[in-house]
Design a protein around this ligand. Sequence first.
Ligand code: NAI
Length: 411
Amino acid sequence: MSTSRRDPQDVDASLDWGRMSVMEAIGHVAVIGAGSMGSGIAQLAAAAGHEAHLVDVVDGAASAALARIASSLGQATDRGRISRDAAADALARVHVESRLEDLPECGLVIEAIREDLEVKRRLFAELAALQAPTTVLASNTSSLDIGAIASAVHDPERVIGLHFFNPPTVMRLVEIIHSDASARPVLDHVTSLMRAWGKTPVHCSSTPGFIVNRVARPFYGEAQRMLEAGVADAATLDACLREAGFRMGPLELTDFIGQDVNLAVGTSVWEQTGRDERYAPTALQQRLVADGHLGRKSGEGIYRYAGGAGPQDASPDEGRMAELVGGPITTDPVARTVAMLVNEALDLVHRGEASAADVDLAMTLGTNYPRGPIAWGREIGHDVIHAQLVELDAAFPGGRYRPSPALSATV
Ligand code: NAI
């Protein structure tokens, strides 16, 4: 941990952010890791007007990213989203660097390398030594603790999480994550910067899964459990959720994301919460991954796909849908899922990890939910949700359905 923590006010004064625009104050931006996220983030920074510098350990990876950025800007031009001149200027602002030592002084460095805590910690220690003490160091990690990354540098107040969604050029949401050490002025200025980049920032403490990847867990988990229990077939369960306003059903969505990717995120949250039953992976999903049924990308997951087409076995049973929705809570795919989403969201707010407004914003922008779970819970009534969870807890004991203290307090 830090031995010489600076006063957050010093960080602010040394950055001289009061007198110029946040974009000018940040100046050059470096992105480390030129994979799918890194190239999108570099494009975003360059399009916003920064000189953006890309570095990757693998020879040729940053140049390949530059080619992807050129093609993506070309598509944006064809669609009329950006003028030809603006696209050419943005591309000219992206620079490929071979080594961290070649980077100029940057106001912000965003790390988007592979998800490995020790590798990220080593990188942050190197960056802290090479860059000015005022450089903000941000990680795009989707699952690692920002405090654990920050403690690798001697001034952890300048380390934050900056969690973009895929693809970063399209998705408006960005989660700004603070550790216990992150300095307020750093968070405030990065918040202004994200707004200047056209993003919608939300704030969260470094809790497992942050907002979106935490609150969304039951959306996948409940449908998998109902499928395992034989409540209905996948197409019928998915259709119930689509009818309730979700853009995709939870089962087809996990096929789209990749069962392996979805399982890895869920398992990471489960491990980091001390194997809380609420996040326990299902046997169904573990078996799918073990069998190589990863979803669309492998041609089979929960559904079967042929030649890039949609699911082949996806006709919902409308009679069964009518029996389930509005029926007992244990077999109502919509009420059961929504009750769990509301519980999860209220719990996050109750623990002080994010505000109610940010949770609703994150879930509507990051996952396209038809309503924010906090507002949805208020609409349904906390007493109703509490009673539903008590019933689920009695039917499926073990802690998964325990109501949050935030709910229990309202009844
Ligand atoms: P990726 O595998 O596409 O790219 C990672 C890149 O980092 C590779 O080009 C690799 O050569 C490079 N790299 C690895 N170690 C390095 C090092 N020490 N120094 C420099 N470059 C290094 O990965 P992706 O998907 O872009 O993810 C990057 C980060 O973003 C991860 O932390 C991931 O959890 C996070 N993330 C990913 C999302 C996604 O949907 N793919 C969404 C949000 C966050």
